[in-house]
Design a protein around this ligand. Sequence first.
Ligand SMILES: Cc1cc2nc3c(=O)[nH]c(=O)nc-3n(C[C@H](O)[C@H](O)[C@H](O)COP(=O)(O)OP(=O)(O)OC[C@H]3O[C@@H](n4cnc5c(N)ncnc54)[C@H](O)[C@@H]3O)c2cc1C
Length: 391
Amino acid sequence: MSGTSIGRIVIVGAGLSAARAAAALRRKGFTGDLVMVGAEPHLPYDRPPLSKEVLRGTRESTALPFDPGKLWVQVRVATTATGLDLDSRLVRTSAGEEPFDGLVIATGAAPVRLPGDGEQLVLRTLEDALALRGRLAPGARVVIIGASWIGAEVATAALEAGCRVTCLEAGTAPVAQALGEEVGRLFLPWWSGVDLRLGTAVREVAPGEVCLADGGTVPADVVVTGVGVRPAIGWLAGSGLALGRGVRVDEHLRASAPGVVAVGDVAQRYSPRAGEHILVEHWDDAGTAPAVAAAALLAGADDELAVHDPVPYFWSDQFEHKIQYVGRHGALDRVEIDREDAQGFPVVRWFDNDGVLTAWLGVDRARELVKARTAVRTRPTPAEAGLPVQR
Ligand SMILES: Cc1cc2nc3c(=O)[nH]c(=O)nc-3n(C[C@H](O)[C@H](O)[C@H](O)COP(=O)(O)OP(=O)(O)OC[C@H]3O[C@@H](n4cnc5c(N)ncnc54)[C@H](O)[C@@H]3O)c2cc1C
């Protein structure tokens, strides 16, 4: 039996994965009531442009293609889910209870903030981006905490606006947490316009300055904290749903309770490819998971379920370059920095212990992306890839 006629589906969250879930449910024939509950005062919008075009002032709206009227979705904007009762099958919200037969959890992630009572800007919402843009005045002392993807994109916009930019990074290279020190150091020349202080840990943000772990201080007109995000699962505490760092779901995106799925940044999904539960936190995953989750939610008992386990992909636009990364390397993987094209940025490949390609990184090489993704998906050994085998 198909579940397309189950009575009422509630989607909690109103970002990319929520919008895609609503569309996928209707596309797959769901005809019942569909309700979307979103904490922000907006219909779903896209986030990657916030730290790029919006911050640089070349774009105002990032609204996603989503028409509640066409999809028959009742959207409750500015409404926050505060709890989940699995026995009564309802979501508690700031505006009352929402009973459900099926539930899609799509609450994304929230930025980590550092201790201290000084003003700290973060970058997750449209309001965050507009507030920060308004502060990027020529000559302003902008202190960015974290030489991360967000940190680099904010630095790019701040330099362009004529700010004096300092970046405090606890690690030994930009983006080293994601890519490792050896690869992170390749990006150092891009940061030449920034006072980049590596190995610099922050203790707290005080009014007008950032206090360092070594007792020093850095004066600031604007402080931007870009030290990562945490899945937004606080509202699920005590619900009985299995939680790890995010909502634990299987490879079909089903959570531990029947009729509940999770997608996007909030989902810690089982990846057969990785052999473990992983948090992906990239746009591509949030955009593609909902079709599989919707099918799982609507499936009858005898239906075969699709698996969501794509090769992870993300990009970042910074310092006038586009970085693209596909795959998922382990901390102990061997890094190969291919400088064959002396003019451009090297291509980086990672190989696991068995010599299997696990990840690829290219800069300004958009045309090679599909090939690289296929190469990682089909996991050739170095010999098969025509590369020297090193163990
Ligand atoms: C500034 C920025 C730049 C980025 N750039 C890139 C990039 O270049 N490349 C890339 O691959 N990825 C990028 N990303 C990541 C990408 O945008 C995310 O992976 C994607 O937005 C995740 O979508 P989502 O729907 O899971 O979560 P979100 O887009 O975060 O949406 C979740 C929604 O749920 C709402 N919500 C949270 N809690 C509740 C609650 N309790 N009740 C109701 N609603 C709630 C939130 O307010 C939010 O509106 C970027 C992210 C940001 C913030």
